[in-house]
Structures are given as structure tokens and as C-alpha cells.
Design a protein around this ligand. Sequence first.
Ligand SMILES: COc1ccc(C[C@H]2SC(=S)NC2=O)c(OC)c1
Ligand SMILES: [Zn+2]
Length: 261
Amino acid sequence: KGNHWGYGKEDGPSIWHKNFPTADGDRQSPIDIIPKEAPCDPNLGQIVLNYDQCTSLNITNNGHSVVVEFDDTDDRSVIQGGPLDNPYRLKQFHFHWGGKGCHGSEHTVEGMSYASELHLVHWNAVKYKSFGQAAEAPDGLAVLGIFLDTGDDHRWLHMVTDALYMVKFKASVTDFKGFNPKCLLPSSLHYWTYLGSLTTPPLHESVIWIVLKEPIIVSEKQLGKFRMLLFSGEEEDQRLRMENNFRPPQPLKGRKVRSSN
Ligand SMILES: COc1ccc(C[C@H]2SC(=S)NC2=O)c(OC)c1
Ligand SMILES: [Zn+2]
């Protein structure tokens, strides 16, 4: 039906523009980040993450990714500083990843992609009354992007991967309380920032992107657990493995990417 979309040949990123014309807009994401064309802006302060009072609620397979949702009814967990004029409330985080051994990040760095990319999605509750309203405003969302590279086991990611068997099928959800995503941050908060969009339909051009330069390291075994998820629901007869759920880089169209120090 009209708003159906996916990552396959028939319904993937190259087709999205048919039902979602914003796909051909002037501030689409992800992009290829070229560090030497992203000058350091001394006016860019550091980003500040206050996640210690965060309240994770559940983990769900929405048929496109696996999402951990947070209680965003107050300002208990926010991102602020850097390019942001207000604090933005943490709403959810999710991942994008590739197939066996191949790459899966959405942003690339000089054409190089990582194995996966974590998105921590925040919304501007100072200016907008709801997440939905913020998601349609040019300064409504702030997404913190973190690259995942492969190497040793990540000491805390198992908290997430151990829950994935519970949400194998599309539309499955299970409790996921007491998880603080600060354990998924790299040691450095140095970042690139630019104005972009949601990377899936409806592709709203409402995201202030903050992409961390330093990846976190996770093991191939941990990444493999994401690939046991399915795009399909329990009642469907085809079992489509959830992998390669990433949109490729989009045209920069004259946008400037800035770098923190
Ligand atoms: C308001 O409707 C939506 C729809 C989809 C997503 C998730 C997309 S956007 C992104 S960045 N990565 C993703 O996979 C939203 O997240 C903010 C919001
Ligand atoms: Zn995403």
C-alpha cells in the first residue's frame, strides 16, 4: 500500500521517492563526510549528554530496525550544547547494519563505511508540543550518530543483543528497563554536524545531525545477533533476515559540514 517501504530491490531507498518525494530534497541524510571539507568551527561548543536519569521502557522490532524507547514525558534525559540552541529529549535509539561481513553504516567517511551505525534520536520539547510535531520542523530533532566498527566484544552491548531473541519478529516488543545508553558512547565526543533528515520514510528534513568521529568497537559475533532479527512478522510465511537496513549517502547540495575541535 501507499506508505509501505523497505530495503529490498522492489521497495528500497531507490524507490522511496515515488511515495515520499522529500527523498529528492535539499537536506537529505545520510551523507558522505569528507573531514578536510568539514572545517573546525571554534563557535561550536562541546555536546553535553545528561542520560543518568533516563528511563528506558521497552525494546521492539518495528520491521525496519530494533528500537529501544525511552520515557520522554519530561527533561530527565537530554542532549544539549554543540550546535543545539535548546536541550533535546531522548526518545529512542536504534541501529542500522549490513549483511555478513559487509558494511552497514548510513553515514560514510571519505567513502568508507562502518559495519553499523547507532542513532540516538532526540526532540526539541522546548519549541514543540510533541515528537510528531518536532519531527516535521527544521530544528525539531537532533540525532546523535555513532559508528560501530568490528573488533573485540563490546562490554555493554550484550545488554541489548541478549534481548534480541525476544523481538525476532516484526511488531514484537518486550520490557527493557534500566538501560543507560551512555555505556554505548566512545571515549571522545568530538563530532561533525550538519543539517539533514530522517534516513527512512517519511524522510522529513528535521534533523540536526551530530555524528561522533570515534567509533565504538563491537565483535562480529555481537553484530551477528542483529542479523537473526527478521523484517517479517510471525504470521508471514517468508522469513526475511533483517540486514542491510541502511540508506546510502545522499547529495550534499551545497550544505556545509562543520567539525567540533
Ligand atoms: C517521525 O517518524 C520517524 C520515522 C522513522 C524514524 C527512524 C528513522 S530516522 C533515522 S535518523 N533513522 C531511522 O531509522 C524516526 O526516527 C526519528 C522518526
Ligand atoms: Zn536511524
